[in-house]
Design a protein around this ligand. Sequence first.
Ligand code: TYM
Length: 332
Amino acid sequence: MRRIFSGIKPTGHLTLGNYLGAVRQWVEVDQHQADALFSVVDLHALTVDHEPARVRRLSRQAATLLLAAGLEPARCTVFVQSHVDEHTRLSYLLECTATDGEMRRMIQYKEKSARERAAGGSVRLSLLTYPALMAADILAYGAHEVPVGDDQVQHVELTRDLAVRFNQRYGRTFTVPKAVHPAVAARVMDLQDPTSKMGKSHAETAGIVYLLDEAEVVRKKVMRAVTDSGSDVFYDREAQPGVANLLEMLAACTGSKPAELAEGYTSYGELKKDTADAVVELLRPVRQRHSELCADPEYVDGVLRDGAERARELARPTVDAAYAAVGLMRPV
Ligand code: TYM
């Protein structure tokens, strides 16, 4: 059976970008069509300055939100990355497979390290080696497909390269995965700055819709979205990034096409109002289910315990095979 792996990093509250770019596809498509594993990748959250209690809280919140969004433990495996040691065991072997040049070429590394340095901070070594851990997440499970938003495609490409190289050097050990992403909303942009991605770790929150925002907050954020000069509504990401972003959001919420939607509008105000309504309706059941699940922490614990157990069982043989393939002595 086709295997799918994807993950989400608990560095902030989950956003509409995470939902439309990734989680919704996990819920609506992936868990029904494949043996799918979804992980709250908490080790990745340690690659930047972090507060321990916040990471712990956000990890739990992310796991709860994944269930609230509709992942069903009977259909897929949901777990926390640090509960399964195989990820870090394999990550080291992949650091021994990758080159530092490859890691330094990653756009996310360039952007994040530049930001850290500009703010006078230092860059953690793990930010550079991040893609080796991400590759380990994917390769440990022999995943064929990795559903992600646009911004993660380069990391998945690197994972492919590492898998191929490892297999060539040491014999066939890993499945070579590929990235898959949704047709619409693979890149949801910030409402206040529609040329940059809506990101959960951004400090400025006015342009970010969080899954747990109250309906009124969502409405305000969408109604205050930056639009473009002029007043005609048409779909052109280059010329009208703000309007294009709203059209894509509305299209993703309503299952239609952004260019076709544009034809029905003569003003930005109407477009914003309909987009706000659609987003509020989309998120309403997720918020509701989230609050129900918060009242039942044992249920969430149980799901994560079972998930980690299954993940361990699946990952161990592949990681053991990789250890043997590179020439490490088996424990005696
Ligand atoms: P993360 O936590 O930043 O994001 C989780 C998923 O949400 C997608 N996404 C978006 N999609 C559309 N528009 C946006 N504005 C937007 N923001 C985020 C991301 O593309 C991603 O699919 N490195 C990964 C986590 C990870 C992972 C993995 C993913 C670690 N190991 C293995 C897949 C497989 C990350 O930081 O995602």
